[in-house]
Design a protein around this ligand. Sequence first.
Ligand SMILES: *Cc1c(COP(=O)(O)O)cnc(C)c1O
Length: 393
Amino acid sequence: MTMQEYIDKAEKVLMHTYSRYQIVLDKGEGVYLYDTNGKKYLDFAAGIAVFALGYGNKEYNDALKNQIDKLLHTSNYYYNVPTIEAATKLSKASGMDRVFFTNSGTEAIEGAIKLSRKYFYKKNRHAESEIISMNHSFHGRSMGALSITGNAKYREPFEPLIGGAVFAEFNNLDSVKEKINENTCAIIVEPIQGEGGLYPANPEFLKGLRKLCDEKDIVLIFDEIQCGMGRTGTMFAYQGYGVKPDIVTTAKALGCGVPVGAFAAVEKVASAFEPGDHGTTYGGNPFATAAVSKVFDLFQSDNILDHVNEISGYLEEKLDGLVNKYDFIVERRGKGLMQGLEFNKPVKDTIIAAMDKGLIIINAGANILRFVPPLIITKENIDEMIIILESCF
Ligand SMILES: *Cc1c(COP(=O)(O)O)cnc(C)c1O
């Protein structure tokens, strides 16, 4: 079939929830993708910050193949070895005491909401709790996660959503303080806002939130679904800030392509959950957690964090070069290999032109180009990206 025939077929059977770019991707190799015509693309999107290790890593693929032949699924009525190993590695990497695996990011958020509500309920014996989240935040598409997502456009068509969602201003501690009352059970924040436009939190903001939460026994949740798993040069972004949350959510690069997420918590909060409070059929099955386990191993054996720290300065320098050179580029924002270029106009035409020239790149909001490449990119890849991008301006 031609690419257009595939696309026509897709538009007949798939729900119209995306305006997809007009290519059909077929295979991946390292940091390159190929469409069904065999055209090659340098990938600076990584399936939205998912493929940290690039495509076709042999050790990773072998681990999954072995697990397929062994055991795909057990249900959570029983223990299985990959889940135990993955949880141990995630707990060590995050500094959290207990882990719950989910199938997606949004489910990790659901779990974090439920756990913090249960913690509040156990303490206060009533359920009139509130969660403070930030304007321009993104936490997912399921009803709970949507309720605390700071973008009214996403929320409004689906109201009524869950109650007790309160919004404050990102990087504005006073705005958060104003919203706190005796029913505040949690504060949730992305240490680097992703979908909202690549805004890193100020260190004082996160430190201030930690202090507030300690004083008032409020659960601090960091949503690291996008910014975690090495993307900013530490395993989790909060480690770079030196501020530890009570609950962290992760997904995207956690499985590097296998759909899996998790929320992990410190014992004090995690212990609020009792058997029966939460569950999932698939979550943390041996196939998904074999992926997670191998991802953590490869991060270590391939020194991924060192590489991110080495390479991200180069990406920043090159992007800053573009900011200085082109007056339609307003600024660069971000941390590590999670960067954005804000234009004074929509970036959609640039993205389409880049695709035509063999570069896959995404946006975050209409005017912002987002750079979330595989963490294994090299200087040569960055040079190649810059050349293609400039040829589109
Ligand atoms: C992608 C994302 C989510 C939602 O994850 P899904 O796997 O798409 O459900 C939540 N929070 C942040 C910060 C994200 O980037």
